[in-house]
Design a protein. Sequence first.
Length: 164
Amino acid sequence: MRENRIASEVVSMEIEELYQEVILDHSRRPRNFGELPDAAVRVRGDNPACGDEIHLAVKFDPGGGLEDIKFTGRGCAISQASASLMTMKLKGKSRAEVIEMLRAFHDLVTEEISEAPKTLGDLRVMQGVRKFPQRVKCAMLPWRAVEQALEQRAGEATVSTEPD
Ligand code: ZN
């Protein structure tokens, strides 16, 4: 029995290390990083608690879905990796799918879920941040920005993880 318990602890440690590797990889080589010249909306997101900054640019398809999404920014590994993973996941998704993913991701990093929904794919590597409330803001920053982009539909906006 005891050996079994130790074995499962080792496995969960390995998974956490694997998750960290994915996060580090995305923070060092962020995907969809750069300018989007013909963007419909640009949202600047700030997380003053950590000093993270995200500039998100979105282009919509005729149905309101995310035809293209890119970002630039700087900050901690969690915020940059979260933005990179998010853009990979949301690019090409319909408006409804984006809203659904936003809800699922928020639950993932704030609620006690024993098994994260498979639909989240690689985003599940962020699950560990829920143990650290300050990190939750880092992980949510790009999602706050995309939420604002959907609401706004055109023009420029700013969002912050801190209340006014
Ligand atoms: Zn941060």
